[in-house]
Structure formats: C-alpha cells, structure tokens
Design a protein around this ligand. Structure first.
Ligand SMILES: [Zn+2]
Length: 266
C-alpha cells in the first residue's frame, strides 16, 4: 500500500454517515422514545445504558437477567451501514514492508504495508551508536545535528532517567549482555507484544552493530508488527511506562495490583 500522503477532507462524510446511522435508531429509556440528536437528552444525562432498538420495534419484556445483560452490552449498528472510516494519517516513514504511524496501543507503531510470509527478513539496520548509560552523553555529542534531531524524536519514558538524552537511551536501547545497548532509529518504533503474540523476532549482531528483524508468522497487510521487549511483562511498567495489552497479560488494573505486590510496602 502506498503511503497515504493525500489529504482528504472526510468531515462531511463522517457527519453524513452518523446522520444515516442515527436516523434508523432511537434511544429508549423506560420505554420512552428519545431523540438522539437532541443534546439536552443525551444518553448519559438521561442515565441510559447505551442499548438501542431499530425504530418501530417494540421493546420486548425482558427477564431481570436479560435486562442486566442488555444493560452491559454495547449497541450494534444496523446491518448494511459501515462504521465511520479511519482517517488517513501520513506515516512518519515507510520501508519495503511497513510504515510507522500512530498505533491503537498508544504513540507510534509499525504496520505491514503488504502481506508478509513467515520467515521474511523485514528489516535490517545499522546502529546509530552502541554503548552504556554512562557513555550516552559522550556518544550523543559525536552525532551530527540531523542524527541528534532524529535521536531526540524517539519515544521517551521519563520514569527511567532524569535527563532526556539518558531516558531516551534507556527507553529505546536494544540490550546486549552486560550493560551495553544499541540504538536503532527505525527498529525502536516497533511496539511490544509478549511471546507468542509478537509477530516478529530480532537478532542483534554486537560486532557489526546491526539488527535483523524476522517475521515469526504470516503477517497481514495493515496488521501491527510487534516484537517482544523481554520475557517478563511485569518489568514493562517501570522500564517502559506501559502495561502489556496482549491476550495473555492481565488488564492494567490487575497488573498494577500485581506490580504493587512485587514492589512490597512503601
Ligand atoms: Zn503481554
């Protein structure tokens, strides 16, 4: 898929689509009809739970259990009407296999721009630099102005360092054994998923200061490409500032409780 650089005004289309969507639907509350386009009677202000019925349909008598299930169920749009389109966003950069753009996980992420068969090497990259946290300020000084600008544009989790240059290093480095790590400007953009949910794996060549990223599964066009940041998801909040959203990890509220237990009192 070519990068979507064309700017398209979808404003009118979205409004149109919503009007069509809402026209066939009427909010109900205690069997009383409510116009969804009247802002004075929004579902929230009327204490509605979000259930709605096609216009003209009688509200059936529900058992308490059915009523409870209906109250916690999301409304489903009528068949034949599509949800509003996802607005095109200009990618930060594009490679042969993926583009980097905003991710539902938060921040940026890498998304396949074509079908990628399992085993494909989707990316190779030379390190911007390698070194330790102690050396990072010196290493930064050696960079060209353009390289510094790119480095400073990487994601920063402020919880791991008191200085931007240091915290960017800690947030984005690919660690070797010991304290040394490497910064790869493009590879840093892959988001995390725990094994076996991550779609790619990587190998770092310490001598050549290169990284190679390989597909572990067949990846569909448009799918987010992920790598595992490590085998311990409990480390993710304090090392990277997020809780994992993969199917095998607990939801953030539970993970936070587990992290508190691991930290102990204080
Ligand atoms: Zn996970």
């Amino acid at each position: 898929m070519a990068p979507q650089t064309e700017v398209v005004d979808y404003g009118a289309f979205v409004a149109d689509d919503f009007t069509k969507w809402s026209a066939g639907w009427t909010w109900t509350w205690n069997s009383q009809k409510v116009d969804p386009r009247d802002s004075s009677t929004t579902p929230k202000s009327r204490g509605l739970s979000g259930d709605c019925k096609p216009q003209g349909e009688q509200t059936p008598q529900l058992s308490p259990r059915e009523a409870y299930i209906a109250s916690i169920s999301a409304a489903v749009p009528p068949a034949g009407l599509s949800p509003p389109p996802i607005l095109p966003v200009k990618p930060l950069f594009t490679t042969e296999y993926f583009e980097v753009r905003p991710s539902p996980k938060g921040g940026l992420g890498a998304f396949a721009t074509r079908e990628i068969p399992c085993g494909t090497v989707i990316h190779r990259e030379q390190a911007l630099f390698t070194g330790t946290s102690m050396e990072v300020f010196y290493l930064y000084e050696q960079l060209s102005p353009d390289q510094r600008r790119e480095y400073l544009g990487l994601h920063e989790f402020k919880g791991v360092g008191g200085h931007k240059i240091l915290s960017i290093f800690k947030t984005n480095r690919f660690e070797f054994k010991g304290c040394e790590g490497a910064i790869f400007l493009k590879s840093s953009r892959f988001n995390h998923a725990c094994h076996p949910h991550s779609t790619c794996t990587y190998t770092v060549n310490r001598k050549e200061k290169t990284i190679k990223i390989t597909a572990l599964f067949d990846i569909k066009e448009g799918q987010e490409i992920t790598i595992s940041y490590g085998p311990y998801p409990a480390n993710l909040p304090w090392a990277y500032g997020f809780y994992c959203d993969c199917p095998s990890c607990p939801p953030p509220a539970v993970a936070e409780e587990e992290a508190k237990m691991l930290r102990g009192p204080g």
